[in-house]
Design a protein around this ligand. Structure first.
Ligand SMILES: Cc1ncc(COP(=O)(O)O)c(C=O)c1O
Length: 420
C-alpha cells in the first residue's frame, strides 16, 4: 500500500527545513574569514592598491583555475561588464547568449552598447545549444557569452569549435559554476575570458564580489584598466592621462579578505556539495518515472549550484503541476524552472529595448538591426523552464539531507504510480 501523501493529510516527509546559502546553515563562513578581515581592519588598509588581500585572492584563484590572470571586481555583473568592455566591440555588435540567466549577463552586453541575441537551450540542462548558437550567427555577431547554468558546464568543445570557425570571441559566465569542469578542464578557461560571482548564493561568497580570468595579456590589461577608471598604475604614462572611459569596479580589502578565505575552502566546499548531490542522484536513479539531473557525457565536474531533475508524467500517471504541489507538501525544496520560469526575452527592458533614455539604442538603427524577440523561438528554454524541478544546493547539505529528499520524491512517485 502506498503511503498517504502529506497533500492528502498524511505525514510530511521533511519535518525541518534544508540548509540555505542565504544564512549560516548552508555556508562555510567562520574563523578563517574573521581572521583575515581583522588583519585588514587592524592594518588600516582598506583600499586594494594599499593592501594585499585582493591581490593574494587573485593569485590563489588563478592557481585554482590554472590560468595566468585573475582580476577581482565588485560583482559577477561587474566581471561580465568588464569582460565585454575588454573585447572593445563597437556599438550595435551582436553577442549571442542564453535566454535563461541572471540580468547581469544582459547588463554586461547592453552597458557595452552591444545587442543580446539569444540561442535556444538544451531542454534538460537549460545550457546553450551549440547548433542553435551557430544558427543565430549573423554578419554582426562578434562574441558568444556562454552561461554555465546551475553549475553544469555547457558543451564547450562544440561551442569553441563554432567560435573558431566564425572568428568569434567567447566569454564564459561562470557565476553559478565555480569549480565545474568539462572534459577535465575548468570552466572559465575555455574562452577568452571567464567571469565569476561571489554574491551570497554562489559556491563561495563575500556577500557580493566577482572576478574575471584570462590567459590573454591584452584582455587582462584592458580589464584591469577598465575596472579602475582606466587609471594607469603601471607607470606607463604620467599622471591622469586617461585613454578611455572606464568605471570603478575595484574590490576593497575587506571583501578581498573574505574572498581569499573562501577561495581556500573551495575544494572542500565542492567536495561536500558533490558528495551529497551525487548521493541524491543515485537515489533518484532508482525511482521509476524520475529522471535525475541530466549530465553531458563530457561533464567531469558539476559544481551543484542547483540540483535539477525532471519527471516522466506518463510513467508516473501525474502532471507536473500536481507532482510539484505534492512534493512541496512533503517539504521538498523544489521550484519549477529558474528565475521566473520563462525565457528572459519577455522581460520588459529586453523585449522593449529600454536602456538609454527614451531611445532604443543600441538595438535600433543605425547601430542595431532592431531585433524582435519571440518567446516561441526558444522551445528548449520554454520546455526546461516549465518542466525542470530545481532546488538550491549548498555545502551544508549532507547525505542525510539527500536521504530525506530522496525519500520524499520516492513517496510521491510511488503513490501516483500506484494510482494509475
Ligand atoms: C548566471 C549568472 N550570471 C550573472 C550573475 C550576476 O552576478 P552578481 O549578482 O554577482 O552581479 C549571476 C548571479 O546572480 C548569475 O547567476
Amino acid at each position: 500500500m502506498a503511503e498517504e501523501l502529506a497533500i492528502n493529510g498524511g505525514p510530511k516527509t521533511a519535518t525541518e527545513g534544508f540548509p540555505s546559502t542565504g544564512n549560516a546553515s548552508g555556508r562555510d563562513l567562520g574563523d578563517e574569514e574573521i581572521a583575515l578581515v581583522t588583519e585588514v581592519i587592524r592594518s588600516g588598509k582598506m583600499f586594494r592598491y594599499s593592501g594585499t588581500m585582493v591581490e593574494q585572492f587573485e593569485k590563489e584563484y588563478a592557481q585554482f583555475l590554472g590560468i595566468k590572470h585573475v582580476q577581482a571586481v565588485t560583482s559577477g555583473s561587474a566581471s561580465l561588464h568588464t569582460a565585454v568592455a575588454a573585447l572593445q566591440l563597437n556599438p550595435g555588435d551582436e553577442i549571442i547568449t542564453s535566454p535563461v540567466t541572471d540580468m547581469g549577463t544582459y547588463i554586461a552586453i547592453v552597458q557595452s552598447c552591444c545587442i543580446p541575441i539569444f540561442a535556444d537551450l538544451d531542454k534538460l540542462t537549460l545550457n546553450m545549444n551549440p547548433k542553435s548558437i551557430e544558427e543565430r550567427i549573423t554578419d554582426r555577431t562578434r562574441a558568444i557569452l556562454v552561461v554555465h547554468l546551475f553549475g553544469q558546464p555547457c558543451r564547450m568543445d562544440e561551442i569553441m569549435e563554432i567560435a573558431h570557425k566564425h572568428d568569434l570571441y567567447v566569454v564564459e559566465d561562470c557565476a553559478q559554476a565555480h569549480g565545474a569542469s568539462y572534459d577535465g578542464q575548468p570552466v572559465g578557461t575555455f574562452g577568452d575570458i571567464g567571469c565569476f560571482s561571489l554574491q551570497q548564493s554562489k559556491q563561495i561568497t563575500a556577500g557580493d564580489g566577482g572576478m574575471l580570468a584570462t590567459n590573454d595579456e591584452e584582455f587582462y590589461a584592458r580589464a584591469r584598466d577598465f575596472h579602475d577608471k582606466f587609471y594607469d598604475r603601471t607607470g606607463r604614462t604620467e599622471g591622469r592621462i586617461v585613454q578611455r572611459i572606464g568605471i570603478n569596479y575595484r574590490m576593497n580589502e575587506v571583501t578581498g579578505a573574505v574572498a581569499l578565505a573562501q577561495a581556500r575552502k573551495l575544494p572542500s566546499i565542492l567536495q561536500r556539495r558533490r558528495e551529497s548531490a551525487e548521493h541524491l542522484v543515485s537515489l533518484l536513479e532508482a525511482i521509476e518515472g524520475i529522471n535525475p539531473p541530466y549530465m553531458y557525457p563530457k561533464t567531469t565536474g558539476h559544481s551543484w549550484w542547483r540540483f535539477a531533475f525532471t519527471i516522466d508524467e506518463e510513467v508516473l500517471g501525474v502532471d507536473r503541476q500536481t507532482f510539484a504541489e505534492a512534493i512541496g507538501a512533503e517539504g521538498m525544496p523544489f521550484a519549477t524552472g529558474y528565475a521566473g520560469g520563462t525565457p528572459m526575452v519577455t522581460t520588459p527592458c529586453i523585449a522593449n529595448h529600454v536602456a538609454y533614455g527614451d531611445s532604443e539604442f543600441p538595438w535600433e538603427p543605425p547601430y542595431g538591426r532592431d531585433p524582435q524577440y519571440d518567446v516561441n523561438d526558444y522551445p528548449g528554454a520554454l520546455w526546461g523552464q516549465q518542466n525542470i524541478f530545481a532546488s538550491g544546493w549548498t555545502e551544508g547539505h549532507t547525505i542525510e539531507h539527500a536521504e530525506i529528499i530522496g525519500k520524499g520524491i520516492r513517496k510521491v512517485a510511488d503513490y501516483y504510480r500506484s494510482q494509475k
